[in-house]
Design a protein around this ligand. Structure first.
Ligand SMILES: Cc1cc2nc3c(=O)[nH]c(=O)nc-3n(C[C@H](O)[C@H](O)[C@H](O)COP(=O)(O)O)c2cc1C
Length: 167
């Protein structure tokens, strides 16, 4: 299974989360690639495999600067993402009560609008909780990886002809 981690970050915390997940998951059978969002455009979603968006929140509940071009492109071009399956790990701080984790929420909303299917619940890490995001991500990631594997297996079966699915 292939997993692409898409990272939206201002000061590198989300990137650290992605690095730890890559270390925990990439074992030859599961192949993980981490891409900073400023390095990609919306065509990234035509890649094979499953996506995990790891993004923080800045400004007035905005996506981080490096995520803005991708986010704006998705909103403007509205590609059909109905074949895309993704997870969402958001980073934020509850001190910003009105806009807590809005960066992740914004990505989640646009991906859903474009037809993509989320695997698992959207995570909202809280920097004020005292729990390190990379630690909570690795713990959460075990369950998410199992769901992602299930989803990948279902996707592979759905891609086969009916004859091949029959026992
Ligand atoms: C200037 C500034 C604005 C922020 N605005 C928000 C916000 O509106 N909502 C939120 O949940 N977190 C907000 N945060 C918290 C960050 O999203 C959080 O600290 C995150 O872990 C940073 O991750 P990063 O280093 O990957 O960018 C803000 C942080 C800063 C420094």
């Amino acid at each position: 299974m292939k997993i692409t981690l898409l990272v939206g970050t201002m000061t590198g915390t989300a990137q650290l989360v992605a690095q730890e997940l890559e270390l925990a998951w990439d074992d030859g059978e599961t192949r993980v690639e981490t891409l900073l969002m400023e390095k990609v455009d919306a065509s990234v979603f035509s890649r094979e495999g499953i996506f995990l968006v790891v993004t923080s929140t800045y400004g007035q509940g905005d996506v981080p600067d490096n995520a803005k071009p991708l986010y704006e492109e998705l909103k403007a071009k509205r590609p059909d993402l109905s074949r895309v399956r993704y997870g969402l790990f958001g980073l934020g701080d509850r001190t910003y009560a009105e806009t807590f984790n809005f960066g992740g929420k914004r990505f989640d909303e646009i991906l859903q609008e474009l037809g993509a299917q989320r695997i698992g619940e959207r995570v909202q890490h809280d920097a004020a909780s005292g729990v390190l995001p990379e630690e909570s991500a690795v713990e959460w990631g075990e369950g998410w990886l199992a769901l992602a594997r299930e989803s990948a297996a279902l996707g592979a079966r759905a891609g086969q002809s009916p004859e091949r699915i029959r026992p």
